[in-house]
Design a protein around this ligand. Structure first.
Ligand SMILES: NC(=O)c1ccc[n+]([C@@H]2O[C@H](COP(=O)([O-])OP(=O)(O)OC[C@H]3O[C@@H](n4cnc5c(N)ncnc54)[C@H](OP(=O)(O)O)[C@@H]3O)[C@@H](O)[C@H]2O)c1
Length: 213
């Protein structure tokens, strides 16, 4: 069993974008940040339910496919689920459609109280306030011996990294500069010690950096 993270970050280390508007809820920078991942055949199949076979099949797709491989439970923050964008909507069901790509129990860390939400395809969102270790223990119970993925956003990932709970950290570094946002690496001096580091460059120009214990 391993605790795994996959994030897309910019060259300057940002994992979030800041140019969203009501008209453009994802802004212009989000597609620049995650474009190589979104272009993969795996993303198109798994997230967009596009069975046409279109999408890239190179190095980016190898990593995208691995995101979902052998994951028994997912942990994410309230920000990634969208609770900060729609704080007054009790019916908010996340950014995904009726069949989210996770297909496993998902534990959403939040200080708010929400009933669990069961959607199609095996995804059930559970909402809890807990320390990273407590959340991990809940996820482990639910994961049936498979791996746990800490999906994001960067604040929650940083909390898990600081607590020493992450066995494998993979970042896809897009060759762009965002200049502002939430940076993954702050206050993590020396993180690399204790990990082997593997680097691979994709056809898209994305650098895939993996820290593995
Ligand atoms: N680049 C990527 O690969 C990637 C991946 C995923 C997400 N994202 C982006 O990341 C952004 C969200 O990231 P973020 O860093 O702002 O937020 P986040 O990490 O998703 O969530 C942080 C929030 O979760 C709640 N929380 C965290 N720890 C908790 C605990 N121990 N107990 C209870 N609640 C806890 C708190 O919200 P409350 O107190 O309000 O409940 C906290 O403000 C989104 O814009 C998303 O698009 C990027």
């Amino acid at each position: 069993m391993a605790v795994r993270v996959d994030l897309n970050i910019s060259l300057d280390g940002f994992a979030t974008t800041t140019d969203q508007t009501p008209e453009k809820p994802f802004g212009d920078d989000w597609p620049r940040l995650v474009g190589a991942y979104v272009a993969t055949r795996t993303f198109r199949e798994r997230v967009l339910h596009d069975s046409s076979g279109e999408g890239t099949t190179g190095v980016d797709d190898k990593y995208a496919a691995a995101y979902f491989d052998e994951i028994g439970a997912e942990i994410m923050g309230a920000g990634m689920f969208g609770l900060h964008d729609f704080p007054d909507d009790p019916n908010w069901r996340g950014w995904w459609d009726d069949e989210p790509p996770f297909r496993c129990p998902v534990f959403v860390l939040t200080h708010g109280d929400r009933p669990s939400l069961e959607l199609q395809g095996g995804t059930t969102f559970h909402f809890l306030s807990a320390t990273p270790q407590q959340a991990l223990d809940r996820a482990l119970e639910a994961a049936g011996g498979k791996d746990i993925r800490v999906g994001g956003g960067p604040s929650v990932v940083r909390d898990f990294l600081k607590a020493g709970l992450v066995d494998q950290l993979h970042v896809g570094i897009a060759p762009i500069l965002l200049g502002r946002g939430i940076r993954l690496w702050d206050d993590l001096r020396g993180l690399e010690s204790g990990y082997d580091v593997i680097v691979e460059t994709a056809e898209s120009g994305t650098t895939h950096l993996t820290f593995r214990r």
